[in-house]
Ligand binder design. Sequence first.
Ligand SMILES: CC/C=C\C/C=C/C(=O)SCCNC(=O)CCNC(=O)[C@H](O)C(C)(C)COP(=O)(O)OP(=O)(O)OC[C@H]1O[C@@H](n2cnc3c(N)ncnc32)[C@H](O)[C@@H]1OP(=O)(O)O
Length: 725
Amino acid sequence: MAAFSYICDSVAVITMSNPPVNALSSALIRAVQKAVEEAIGDFAVEAIVIRGDKGKFSAGADIREFNRLERGPPLVSLIDLIEDSKKPVVAAIEGVALGGGLELALGCHYRIAHAQAYVGLPEVLLGLVPAAGGALRLPRLIGISATLSMITTGKYVQAREALKLGIVDKVVGENTVDEAIQLAKKVIGQPLGSRQLSTLPVQCPPNVEAFLDEAMVKVKKQFRGAQSPLACVEVLRAAVQLPYLEGKKKERELFQFLYTTDQTRAQQYAFFAEREVAKWTLPSGASWKTASPQPIRTAAVIGLGTMGRSIVTSLAKAKIPVIALEQDKKQLDIGSKAVMSLLDREILKMEQLGHTEFTNSLGPVQFTLDYGKLRDVDIVIEAVFENMALKKEIFRHLSGICKPEAFLCTNTSGLDIDEMASVTNRPQMVIGTHFFSPAHIMKLLEVVHGHYTSSTTISTAMRLAKMLGKVGVLVGNCPSFVGNRLMRLYVEQAVFLVEEGSKPEEIDRALEDFGLAMGPFRMMDLAGLDIGWKARTEIGLTGPKLPIGTPARQRGSKRYSPLPDILCEKGRFGQKSGQGWYKYEKSGGRNAMPDPWLYNFLSEYQRIHNLKTHYVTQEEIIERCLYVLINEGFKVLEDGIASGPEDIDVIYNNGYGWPKYTGGPMYYASIVGLPVVLTKLEKYYGANPDIPDLKPSSFLKKLVSKGNPPLKEWRSHLGFQSSML
Ligand SMILES: CC/C=C\C/C=C/C(=O)SCCNC(=O)CCNC(=O)[C@H](O)C(C)(C)COP(=O)(O)OP(=O)(O)OC[C@H]1O[C@@H](n2cnc3c(N)ncnc32)[C@H](O)[C@@H]1OP(=O)(O)O
């Protein structure tokens, strides 16, 4: 960690160096402070340029230091020193200027950015507020409204948009540092008053108080349960109402409050968990370090249904040329139109953000009916509907057509990867890539390791995730993999609670208040109830394959709820049919309204089945739905389907709308305390012995017997296990 300087024509160029992202650690802040002080005191220096080493300005405060007790020199005083300098200071922004990195750049008098660079104040994503003057200086530069959007979402802003907003003074295509030196020389001797942002008035809309009140209401709704976005609005209020120095105090107070909350700890855990799971390691010792990914220069997608279309879009957005294949002309026409419309929307979005170059940088998409066109692609992603026979037929076909080095992926949400691999001539190159809908937006990719899958194939699929801007999580091959395996039990529990007397909207509200993006019933209605119905019919849980005489509410020795099947039999498929667990204004409507018909239907159902109902509390809803999911998470670890609790958390945070500020289901369990989770599961299992999924897993019991160790030690307690990884 260092800051080294050289002088070029009376301009001191200070380089911040702390690989890989020049995070502002205590040591780096100290070093930069010293370098700036020296430059200010050096008669030979007339201006200063600050840059980051290896093409990155800075990713902000060093998050790894957040948990350390000893604290280094405050970043705030370094930034004040820079802003107060009588010699002009120019920030040369390459790569990223995020969080404290951007705050430092805002303390500089001028900012030049490389066209590929991006800036942002993502502290909110770590459960914090900007605390080195960023939320006070930025509204003085770009106004309250644009600042609000940046700091409450933490979004990253590309250089061109930053220029439009006024965050940077100039965008250059190359030689950022040289340009910064030229600018620094040009402004030597010019008055700096108007460039010292802390001294300027905040740019406010006419009725700023009403604007902020409204913003608070919106943010509460948008980020339900999260504390830091609310604190961001409060900082902005301070920026508006208070002089800069008092605003600074308020900023500090809010930061110090948030700094001690469970939410920030959970979000920091989630941040590092994402990075850790990306570095997969197998029990065999194979890992991202030992297996090199193969290049993916071209791809093909088979099937242009909902998933296939968005997978094509995702590949095109990542600039990977893609061939999209359908089985007949009609499907191809429908699919290609849908893809083009998705791509147009993406282009429009990017153009609105000022990226005119984006249009030309999408990967080309070619539509075809001809399998022969797939001969030379590096990777194929099969995305037809969930039918094993059809998928196997396609894999057999691909085996004969694709070049021997081509990887074959299947986008399945739970079918057996090995069965598909077994019909190919390259089972070691077959892998599951479970995308989440819509695939060009959702960040998660479950990468499913089959029995035969080679480490090179895993490495390549994990690299693909990164290329697509997604978080790849490696999981083992079992029915429904990790995400859906846990989700099924959560949804099932919610349906049982409806049988027991709760209402869909009560359950949804309880879980949404907990922080989930969408409750289980709204989610089922959105996805379409018929999908699960079809799957249950296929495996004989309902429909013609169900043995005659099977009790309506029992399968084997387990409780079963036929409610979702009955709704489907009545044509209630959810949003698409205008009725499901809720009613909608029309087929395809999105506005879920409680349905009196359903209440009557449920009363009748309870009467027919002689069900005793009880008042279901919010506590019972949360505990039964979430603890059954968490319990299955422990079973997944026991079965060796996921390598650690972090993997499960990353899946839930990025694919299932779990609130990141609780860290993910397994982290949440660790905070609630494993003994509590165990006791509650025992209680609910005792009351519902026909729901074996509520029976506490042996791994959970083991961890409790070991004294409730912290989450990072759970793996070491797994002992000998047969890993599916
Ligand atoms: C005391 C308070 C005073 C002032 C308040 C200021 C607060 C802050 O600044 S909070 C920090 C705000 N910054 C961020 O949230 C940035 C987070 N980082 C990123 O978004 C990304 O890492 C990146 C865009 C900078 C780079 O992405 P990518 O190229 O995909 O690489 P990785 O994400 O895998 O990261 C590589 C490597 O760097 C580590 N890392 C990234 N940012 C930080 C950081 N701010 N502090 C410490 N370490 C950081 C990351 O963990 C990876 O490390 P490993 O390789 O060891 O896993």
